[in-house]
Design a binder for this molecule. Sequence first.
Ligand SMILES: [Zn+2]
Length: 288
Amino acid sequence: MYQAGISGEKSLNFPLSFLDDKRFSIYHDLRLFDGVHYFQIDTLVVSQHYLLILEVKNISGTLMFDPSFNQLIRISDTKEEAFPNPLTQVERQCSQLRALLQKINIPDVPIETLIVVANRRAVLKATEEVQFISSKVIRSEYLPTKVKLLDKRYSDERLTVKEVRKLGRTLVKLHEPLDRDVLKRFSITREDLLIGVACPSCARLAMLRLHGRWYCEICGTYSRDAHLRALRDYALLVSKEITNQEVRRFLRMDSGDATTRLLRSLNLESTGSTKGRRYKLDFDVSRN
Ligand SMILES: [Zn+2]
């Protein structure tokens, strides 16, 4: 889920690049406290005329907005799933941001909200209130046009250039990043993690390294790159750096030489000398 969030935000960078950076300041991934609760804003666009909260959704399939039951239904070939209504989510963020602005003495400035659907293949539908929902839920490529419309609607200058800068500095100062140390958060140690390479067919951690390939003991599947998934998990759960010995343990490889060959094939950046060499697991997490 964390990965889907990241790739969704990345795909926003392109439409956001159309906005004039002299007129708009853009903040990503803000985690703020309104005095009672923490709230998170995917992207906040700040101008002298208005603020714009963007909630990025990277969900695939057919997305059916259902305001009556306050839910978002994702329909795929095989099933239907409910998600919290993102329109309610952004409304909450909006009132929390307003409360925070009041506390830091920022004059009354309009706050707009938009849900940005980053997944190009997602199909958007609504059970009712289609006009309202389609004004609030947009595809990422429509963002620059939508911002132009908002510029027209909010022509009054509410903040000076100086106030915009001060607001940015204050938001960054108030930002409290979420602890990404997943193991600590759930009180588990790295020894608790199941080790081994998962089979792409049966998902069991039963792959053996055989002649430069992975072989599943259970279902007989072969794979050339099943270790990538395991190393990406390691990077997200344990550390972005790994030693040869730890690769060998985590992938359950018998041979040190095979581990060295595998590491060499990955062309990872490394630091330190032979024994204590640490490899950087700098995977592009948006890739699957
Ligand atoms: Zn298998």
